[in-house]
Design a protein around this ligand. Structure first.
Ligand SMILES: C[S@@+](CC[C@H](N)C(=O)[O-])C[C@H]1O[C@@H](n2cnc3c(N)ncnc32)[C@H](O)[C@@H]1O
Length: 398
């Protein structure tokens, strides 16, 4: 780790990588380089280091690079000598617990296995601590203070530490009963693609646990849910570089950015149990709730809440929701018919499972994006329901 440049890696899905790149560039990161399911970048200050953990919405975690090196011929002994060259006492205290995850990039090729990499790093670290302090940090596989990641791709070795601790998609507002909530980072990415900034009315008539509503509320109200996360739940709080005073100053500044925006947000769901859950999640979200309205309602008989607006919904997958009506071709046809009849002048964004008859919606999307949600391949379809531009050509979406 060089003293003046903070070198980091942001982890995300392949599909969300362009959004993460964009977020990093706009926050002031430099040397931003995309890689597989990751973005490498540098930060000029620790103020920005703390800020990214709150403000970046599309990364699932950040890793701080401690050492990167080209190995001659990757062997355990070469890893051992590299890890032993690190001044571990500058990095963390021996009374902390830790794990090391070995990540061989070329899993199918001959080379060191994940276990071999992690063991070599772990033993070298502990040996170095023992020789410097006479005591070594303990491994805790379940709940370690620090998680190190040792990545080996052919001859390139990168040792990093997870600065987030708990994954960043765990925003802290979810009470967790809904069987298939959308991942918070994906909901936020979709709102970013849609250019949502709080200036339009937003409606999710299939809201489930209310993830879109809460992520939209966070954008509209400049609220960063992880500001409520305990300091001890961030990995960086166990590193010697942790500056509690600066961390608190950054949090205070970001809290001051919050605005009680009058953005109107509406949500409904056919199932009253999920409406109750969405209300509980909203109550935990620290958002200003005066303009966020939720109710039990069937989409097929719902009224649009405003003459124009943005609908964003994750349609039921059927196979994961036992109480659902059958999610067959006729369901998608009815959705399309309802949109054509009652949602003129709205932008509609629907997340649908790829292997469903979603083309029966019968509208031509203006754009489409592929994602993975909870292991299911999904498509985001965007329809502009404006007068004159409404196209109803069946089976055009691919
Ligand atoms: C895939 S889930 C949405 C999950 C949600 N995005 C979240 O993050 O929790 C689809 C939701 O649609 C609801 N639903 C199914 N049919 C409906 C209908 N006809 N009208 C309104 N909601 C319906 C289900 O109860 C379910 O909660």
């Amino acid at each position: 780790m060089s003293s003046n440049r903070i070198e980091m890696i942001g982890i995300c899905s392949e599909e969300e990588k362009p959004l993460l790149l964009d977020e990093l560039l706009s926050i002031g990161a430099t040397d931003v380089i995309p890689s597989y399911k990751a973005v490498y970048f540098s930060l000029p200050s620790y103020t920005l280091f703390y800020k990214i953990h709150f403000k970046i919405k599309t990364a699932s975690k950040f890793l701080l690079i401690l050492k990167r090196s080209r190995l001659q011929s990757p062997t355990e002994s070469e890893i051992t000598s590299l890890v032993s060259s690190i001044q571990w006492k500058n990095i963390f205290d021996p009374n902390r617990t830790f794990t090391v995850e070995g990540v061989p990039a070329d899993r199918n090729q001959k080379g060191l296995s994940s276990n071999q990499i992690s063991k070599a790093v772990r033993l070298a670290m502990q040996a170095k601590f023992l020789s410097s302090y006479g005591t070594a940090p303990k491994v805790d596989l379940k709940n370690p203070n620090l998680k190190f990641v040792a990545y080996l791709s052919s001859n390139n070795f990168i040792l990093s530490v997870d600065t987030c601790g708990i994954s960043l998609h765990k925003r802290g507002y979810r009470t967790g009963h809904h069987p298939c909530p959308i991942k918070e980072t994906l909901a936020s990415s979709i709102l970013k693609i849609l250019g949502y900034d709080g200036s339009t009315v937003l409606f999710d008539p299939f809201m489930g646990s209310g993830t879109f509503l809460i992520e939209a509320g966070c954008i509209a109200q400049h609220h960063y849910p992880l500001l409520e996360r305990k300091e001890s739940e961030f990995g960086f709080s166990y590193l010697n570089l942790f500056n509690q005073e600066l961390f608190k100053k950054v949090k205070k500044q970001l809290k001051e950015e919050a605005q009680n925006q009058p953005s109107l947000i509406y949500g409904s769901d056919i199932c009253s149990r999920y409406v109750k859950e969405a209300k509980e999640n909203l109550a935990k979200s620290h958002l200003y709730l005066k303009n966020i309205h939720v109710k039990t309602d069937d989409f097929f008989s719902t009224q649009k809440p405003a003459p124009t607006g943005l609908m964003v919904s994750n349609l039921p997958y059927g196979e994961r929701l036992s109480h659902d009506q059958s999610i067959d071709a006729s369901f998608y046809k009815r959705v399309g018919d309802k949109l054509k009849k009652d949602f003129e002048n709205w932008t509609i964004a629907l997340l649908v499972a790829q292997d469903t008859p979603y083309k029966m919606i019968g509208l031509k999307p203006s754009s489409k994006y592929n994602f993975i949600n909870g292991g299911i391949k999904v498509k985001l379809l965007i329809f502009e329901m404006y007068q004159g531009s409404k196209k109803t050509s069946k089976n055009k979406a691919s």
